[in-house]
Design a protein around this ligand. Structure first.
Ligand code: HEC
Length: 117
């Protein structure tokens, strides 16, 4: 009986570990806030505008993001910045993880609170 109890505690704590690991990438979040939010709204709001396939399409199709923003010199500037290039993979991952059908809804934390955009 005692063994079972210990096992239950162990399993519960492992499960809470894995849900903590599901927290979003705050570095990607901050980078998006800096580069894209002025035009696109908060990172979570932005992520929800497309599904995972669309996000991959935008990021993986060569020159796609640049051609979408042709008429937006400011956006071109951010897309060509070294910060964007350095974090591009993490940013895509963030968008995919929080995309339209991901089912993720974020509560309040130090970076983000609600859906204001
Ligand atoms: C200066 C403003 C501006 C900035 C900064 C900007 N965008 Fe955009 N973006 C736009 C506009 C305007 C459109 C719509 C273009 C259209 O529909 O013709 C757009 C469209 C898009 C689209 C196509 C889907 C959609 O919503 O229409 C994607 C994907 C996108 N932007 C990603 C990004 C990412 C990622 C960043 C940050 C690295 C970023 N944008 C920064 C202005 C901006």
């Amino acid at each position: 009986m005692k063994k079972l109890f210990t096992a239950t505690i162990l399993i519960t704590s492992i499960m809470s570990f894995s849900s903590a690991a599901e927290k979003y990438d705050t570095k990607a979040f901050r980078t998006i806030t800096k580069l894209c939010t002025p035009c696109h709204g908060t990172p979570f709001y932005m992520a929800k505008q497309s599904d995972d396939d669309d996000w991959k399409f935008y990021f993986k199709t060569k020159g796609k993001l640049l051609s979408i923003h042709k008429g937006e010199p400011k956006a071109i500037g951010t897309l060509k910045s070294s910060l964007f290039k350095k974090r591009e993979k993490r940013i895509l991952k963030f968008f995919v993880n929080n995309s339209k059908y991901s089912g993720k809804v974020h509560g309040c934390d130090a970076n983000f609170c609600g859906t204001h955009h």
